[in-house]
Design a protein around this ligand. Structure first.
Ligand code: NAP
Length: 275
């Protein structure tokens, strides 16, 4: 894609419902400014996936982020999508290439880039809690990177179907107490603001996992991570993944390397104001 210049402002947007609490507008706006790209990035609350497509075309939007609840329903409405998005069954990024809308999923690459700053993935075992869109992105990408995921989900039938489509191991939630893995990744929203006193894993099980990551980034230190730390586990919040998935979006839209540290700084600043 042609990189927008200072003379030619470009429009970017976030589509979801709700979007008012999103940190993406602050993060992306700061990134574009630091890159010297004249662009606006607007959060748009929409009713359905078809409205996303209409608004991108009508508004001449060059690129968009997509969030809950449209990541899955939007995919079949696009003109094309990359193999990872097709395998995951969800898009979080749209690139408007002269009217052709291409779907991508940067959640997986964002997770992998963040994890690699922390651990080795190849040959590492992961318990992935949850079987929704974020879990699909995680399991697909972990496997691509040589990791060994085990899916554990509240609704066993969903975990079973999920594991079948990704050809990986699954266990019902009741079995968590007898599982061991190098790393546990929470992909459920349990513990997210405002329900910060909830946790998806009983404290007594945490010693089974030397490392615990929570995809949640608000709050940065969830109850799961607090209890994991007390149990002696190394912990990681969802902030790094969030920054990297956003940075990968900018790379797809502009072809340029985004200022990841500036993006992280803005996100941390905003989260500091939230807590
Ligand atoms: P989703 O598609 O709605 O999936 C939610 C999953 O969580 C389902 O498997 C569901 O289990 C499980 N779950 C929900 N409530 C539960 C509860 N009370 N107890 C046990 N399990 C429960 O959501 P998603 O799109 O995958 O997103 C999940 C989380 O990941 C959100 O918090 C989101 O913010 C986060 N996320 C973070 C990043 C990042 O960059 N850091 C990126 C993407 C997503 P059932 O199947 O039993 O219903």
């Amino acid at each position: 894609m042609e990189v927008p210049t200072m003379d030619e402002p470009a429009h970017f947007a976030l589509f979801g419902n709700p979007v008012s609490q999103s940190l993406s507008p602050a993060m992306h706006t700061a990134a574009f400014a630091r890159m010297g790209i004249s662009a606006d990035y607007t959060a748009c609350q929409v009713k359905d996936a078809a409205e996303v497509v209409r608004r991108i075309r009508k508004g001449g939007i060059r690129g968009a982020s997509v969030t809950i609840p449209f990541k899955e329903t939007l995919l079949p409405l696009l003109d094309e999508w990359d193999p990872a998005a097709a395998a995951i069954g969800a898009v979080n990024t749209i690139v408007n290439r002269d009217g052709r809308l291409a779907g991508h999923n940067t959640d997986g690459p964002g997770l992998i880039r963040d994890l690699l700053e922390w651990i080795t993935i190849k040959g590492t075992t992961f318990v992935v809690l949850g079987a929704g869109g974020a879990a699909r992105a995680a399991v697909y990408s972990l496997r691509e990177a040589g990791g060994i995921p085990i899916v554990v989900n509240r609704t066993a039938e969903r975990a079973r179907a999920f594991a079948e489509s990704f050809d990986c191991r699954w266990e019902p939630a009741a079995e968590l107490g007898r599982l061991r893995a190098d790393c546990l990744i929470n992909t459920t929203p349990v513990g997210m603001f405002p329900e910060v006193e909830r946790t998806p894993v009983a404290e007594r099980f945490l010693t089974q996992f030397p490392r615990v990551m929570d995809m949640i980034y608000n709050p940065m230190k969830t109850r799961l991570l607090r209890e994991a730390e007390s149990a002696g586990c190394a912990v990681r919040s969802g902030v790094g993944m969030f920054v990297h998935q956003g940075a990968e979006q900018i790379r797809l839209w502009t072809g340029e390397e985004p200022p990841r540290e500036e993006m992280r700084r803005v996100v941390l600043e905003r989260l500091g104001n939230h807590d």
